[in-house]
Design a protein around this ligand. Sequence first.
Ligand code: NAD
Length: 417
Amino acid sequence: MAENTILKTATYNLERSALRLQLDDAMHARLCAPKEKIEITLNPEFSNGKGVHIKTFIVRHCDALGPAKGGIRMSPDVTIDDVTGLSMEMTWKTSLIGVPFGGGKSGICFDASSISAQDKEIIIRAFTRSAKRHIGPEIYVPAPDMGTNEKDMGHIRDCISYSDGTSITRGCFVTGKPIVLGGIVGRREATGKGVVYTTLAACEKLGIDIKKARVAVQGFGNVGSVAAIAIAQAGAKVVAVADVHGGVYNEAGIDIKKLEAHVKSTGSLNNFAGCKAISSDGVLEVACDILIPAATQSQITIDNANKIQATIIAEGANAPTTPEADEILKKRGIFVIPDILCNAGGVFVSYLEYTQETQREQMTLEQVERRLSERMKSRFSEVEAYAANKKLTMREAAMDIAVSRVVDAIVARGFLP
Ligand code: NAD
């Protein structure tokens, strides 16, 4: 495989699953090809009066189980293939975690860190206006992903209700909104906490005492920072954390709350007191029991898979492991909690937000956290039991369960229009 991409990883994982499940060629081809791919060019004018041209993509991979669900990635190098691969992953993730959604994803080719908040809002609103006919509670419901956050989701909701001339939207058009606009308590933390619930379940299975475990985390954004805090609260020692600019290491353990405050005040992980500097990818190779890749795709590759020292890899990021690296990890007996299970807490709580808004209900943090923790643990057990029964890895088992459910939905719908 020449180049590692999310689409290649997603296609490979589906291909393996299709073989194990003995899917016929027509069904396999149907699951490979997204239902709809849209490319939209935005031409907004920034606050300085200059016009810009921005490519954006929306892919709805499959809606057999329900409306497409998946976040908006804003990054200068996101491609339509990345968005396609990510939307495919969302189809399996929603199926596996058991919510009535299909898989979708969006991409906005722009570096959000290079512009003001006002100009970012201009892009988000331009995207919403242009993409409005592709977004809706029964079609595609976006959410935050890398480079976007709850503030952006608030602008999307406002833009849609504004153009409809209403105060609220008719149903849930977007999740991950600010709580004051109908967002749900606990959504921001849901992915990172879900990562930790599945990691604790894996520790229990493998007989690892979390209070003696050392943890390394790549990525200190939404997923990585919440996971680092939650796992430290569970008693583990976080020894290394890195983001795109590098990171910090301390064998004796890092005070994550203080590190978070340091990042808030200085804008960077660098120069945190008492820690040595490490590189963005060096964090993957430090001596630890649990490794949480929570940054971006294709980080664990053929080049470093043999150097990983962890017993458990909890995939907070989407597609952080390439297929070749996955084979190496399998041979080495490293226990991988696959992305479609490990980071599914976010989409599960998005589903709670969707039902809350649809039913004009309100849920408490206690209710959200209880349902999240129960769902993550029960799906972990389901995947683990299937893997043990069929002698598969957790990824293989998770894929086979997820793909089977999507196939069942397609067959149950029938093939006539
Ligand atoms: P984010 O933008 O909040 O944070 C990303 C973090 O990763 C930042 O700290 C960034 O510096 C770091 N990073 C980026 N490239 C890196 C590199 N090459 N090396 C080291 N660090 C790097 O994004 P997020 O929402 O935390 O998402 C992280 C991952 O989790 C993505 O793969 C995303 O698709 C996945 N994910 C996110 C959610 C969610 O609810 N936010 C849900 C499921 C999966």
